[in-house]
Write a protein that binds this ligand. Structure first.
Ligand code: RFL
Length: 392
């Protein structure tokens, strides 16, 4: 069967937070684009992940005049760093009033779908398969895919891979073009979505029994993260064990059991692929980098990438100015490395300061000294606050 052919300016692969934000920015700049997504809309609308849009992201959406339409949820005021049950509250609102928002990823994705498709008439094709990327030299780029009506081909000027860590975009780039930088932390998190709100501040809990965090995921739910071994999985964590460990690690016997809706297993790792472009294909979000969730930067990095890329694509399509696209990788990579550094710092400090059986008592005491510095040095506090808000 011959493929149905059409043309557009930009084909975006993946309708996650990166792909949908990019499509919405391009639409508001008058750049034609098509988004191809392998899942159905109902699935991506409920996919639970991140929970905080940092202050930098809030400002970015304000600059694009979309903040009121896309961001919901309360202001992220503070974090409770709790060491063996003793709380230290770290204020995350900047002295200049800059503030992040507790806006769950599925709330942002739901609002993007409404803004881009339902109100804006944007072209997002769900449930597509067999994506093929044609990005040869001296040829107009082309993306092939199939759906229930048969095979299709879209000629375009640029392709953007926003299809996450296991997508097809990055793997279409010939071997040897990208360099992979990666780091494995050697432990994992059990992520449990529970029917219990955060009361007070989100908690980053350090304990001799291992790390625990509680982060808000809407008005009545939160996500608990529990450090666990790499050779464990959700099947090793029945609900009773989850609640017993939460009480143990937070040193609080009064926490009651509640419904556990979902359990995920996340090995902690950091990855960066560079450069983030090859000919007319550009990578953004998890397709180009992964950070451990400790610093809550994954979604925020994806937002940063597509902000830079949307401006570069607009310059190239409307003004034939390719400077922004040529510099895309060099522009975003320094920021990605700073966030990697912060995420590694957070991850190692929180885990080393807790269970000493992995890295020993010396590393435990060093990590606890680092936490002390955070609360006793105004310079350390200011820098940490800027990292938390993404405003440095
Ligand atoms: P996504 O959100 O994974 O979206 C990729 C999209 O591409 C689609 N896709 C394809 N489409 C077409 N053809 C193919 N062959 C395709 N292959 C894949 C997928 O179906 C999907 O719709 O990547 P994106 O847009 O780059 O966004 C990145 C963020 O989702 C990610 O960084 C964050 O969720 C990471 N993350 C967190 N980030 C934060 O900023 N704060 C957090 O608190 C936070 N918590 C988390 C997290 C990630 C987690 N997981 C998934 C490990 C907690 C968890 C449990």
């Amino acid at each position: 069967m011959e493929a149905m052919q059409e043309a557009t300016s930009v084909v975006i692969i993946g309708a996650g937070v990166a792909g949908l934000t990019l499509a919405t920015f391009l639409q508001s700049s008058g750049v034609a684009c098509v988004v191809l997504e392998r899942r159905h809309r109902a699935y991506i609308e409920v996919r639970q992940r991140a929970g905080v849009v940092e202050a930098r992201g809030v400002r970015m959406f304000e600059r694009w005049r979309l903040a009121d339409k896309l961001l919901g949820g309360p202001v992220a005021q503070a974090i409770d760093y709790r060491v063996n049950g003793t709380s230290r509250i770290f204020k995350t609102v900047g002295d200049d009033g800059s503030e992040g928002r507790f806006c769950t990823q599925q709330m942002l994705v739901g609002n993007l779908l409404r803004e881009h498709i339902d109100l804006g008439g944007g072209d997002v094709r769900f449930g597509v398969g067999d994506i093929s990327i044609h990005n040869e030299e001296d040829c107009r780029p082309k993306v092939g895919y199939s759906d229930s009506t048969g095979p299709h081909e879209i000629l375009c000027d640029y392709i953007v891979g926003c299809d996450g860590n296991r997508g097809v975009s990055r793997s279409s780039i010939p071997e040897g073009v990208l360099r992979k930088f990666s780091y494995e932390f050697g432990y994992a998190w059990l992520a449990a979505l529970v029917e219990a709100p955060v009361t007070g501040q989100p908690i980053m809990g350090v304990s001799d029994h291992g790390f625990v965090a509680q982060l808000p995921r809407g008005p009545s739910r939160s996500r608990y993260y529990l450090q666990c071994a790499l050779n464990e999985g959700p099947e090793d964590w029945p609900d009773e064990r989850i609640w017993n460990e939460i009480r143990l690690r937070l040193c609080d016997d009064t926490i009651p059991n509640a419904a556990v809706h979902d359990k995920d297993f996340v090995p902690l790792r950091s990855v960066v692929y560079a450069p983030m472009q090859y000919r007319n294909l550009f990578l953004a979000g998890d397709a180009a980098h992964l950070v451990p969730p400790t610093g809550a930067k994954g979604m925020n990095l994806a937002l940063y990438d597509v902000d830079v890329l949307a401006q570069a694509l607009t310059g190239a399509v409307h003004h034939r100015d390719k400077t922004g696209l040529e510099r895309y990788s060099d522009t975003v990579l320094p920021h990605i490395w700073r966030y990697q550094e912060f995420s590694v710092w957070m991850t190692e400090t929180m885990h080393d300061a807790g269970d000493a059986t992995r890295h020993g008592a010396f590393r435990q005491m060093i990590a606890r000294a680092r936490l002390d510095t955070l609360f006793q040095s105004s310079t350390a506090m200011q820098l940490h606050g800027e990292y938390q808000r993404g405003t440095f």
